[in-house]
Design a protein around this ligand. Sequence first.
Ligand SMILES: Cc1ncc(COP(=O)(O)O)c(C=O)c1O
Length: 393
Amino acid sequence: MGYDSITTELLRIEEAGLYRKLRRVESDQGPMLRLDGRDVINFSSNNYLGLANHPSLCKAAKEAIDRYGCGSGASRLISGNMTLHEELEEKISELKGTEAALVFNSGFQANTGILSTLVGEGDVIFSDALNHASVIDGCRLSRAKVVVYGHCDVDELEQGLKDAPSNAQNLIVTESLFSMDGDEAPLADIVRLAEKHGAMVMVDEAHATGVYEPSGAGLVAKLGLGDRVPIQMGTLGKALGGFGAYVAGSKALRELLINRCRSFIFTTSLPPAVMAMGMAAVDLVMREPERRQALWNNCERLRSGLKELGYSLGDSQSQILPLMIGDATQCMKLSEDLLQRGLFAQGIRPPTVPPGTSRLRITLMATHTREQIDLALRAFEEVAREMRVEDRG
Ligand SMILES: Cc1ncc(COP(=O)(O)O)c(C=O)c1O
């Protein structure tokens, strides 16, 4: 791309109504945000349990800096493998009930790295149509053939598995709780098909980690499938309130990734403070189930209120409520109208979601108060009324 084509490309993005701009947060990441100079209720965060500004995480991070300093100095395989990295991995495998775990610098790096390590040319990846961009890029990077099956469509998945060459290594990859739709993958069926057809299964628990009963380990654990999903990936930057990611599974998986996974090997390891806040977060998830309970109560209150107002929330079963709009421009206008009323609910457009499915992605936190949710419902009622008036006009 030459310098002129940079401007041309920007114009094209603008004309398509898809121009993105950064908003600036001037506060901590609580249920209230100071956003571009305005106080708003935050319904756009993945900080589902409200841990991002929790005193235990802050204290752990400060103590780690005092003891170990700021940087990790090198990649894990050189001199950057510190005690805290291994302690966090032990804690994560305790939470997940797996033999081992390995920490990655981000979920994006975990997905691209794991997929491109486990399969290659001649193999086949079966990937849900709504999987995250990092899974899509991991599929591309792997050079395996990629078969995209319809969202949660296990019949199409099974047909694909039957059609795959018999000498190929097959891998099925899905999110457990889908990031933009808030619905759950049919994991029990997927695992059954994987076992029947000899495929590996990798589940991305980015949005499920910390959130699901009974233990906060994720949807795989809630469904009792922990022993049957050998590759469980998740992030530390969402419900766990910090940064980084993990894969939980066997010791052999961990060893292979340490030896072969390029996004693990060729990058400076996460700093001590990040590891310490990860450990504090996992401790809180294990010790304080009431946070999850508060989150689910909040979900119920907002979900039923929005449904009463006549909004469509797709198949969401979780803290992620997609308020379906369709048109990208209309969606961004609605998001802006709500912002004027003190409510931050981010509009999500293509390419993050398929064309024609733009939506407000509303997310709940355990730390939202009843009053904040009721205020939000009143704002949604007002905009619903206005939208209907405009429709009639
Ligand atoms: C489903 C899913 N997987 C992976 C990621 C990437 O995780 P991270 O933000 O840690 O890079 C995200 C979001 O960012 C996600 O929504």
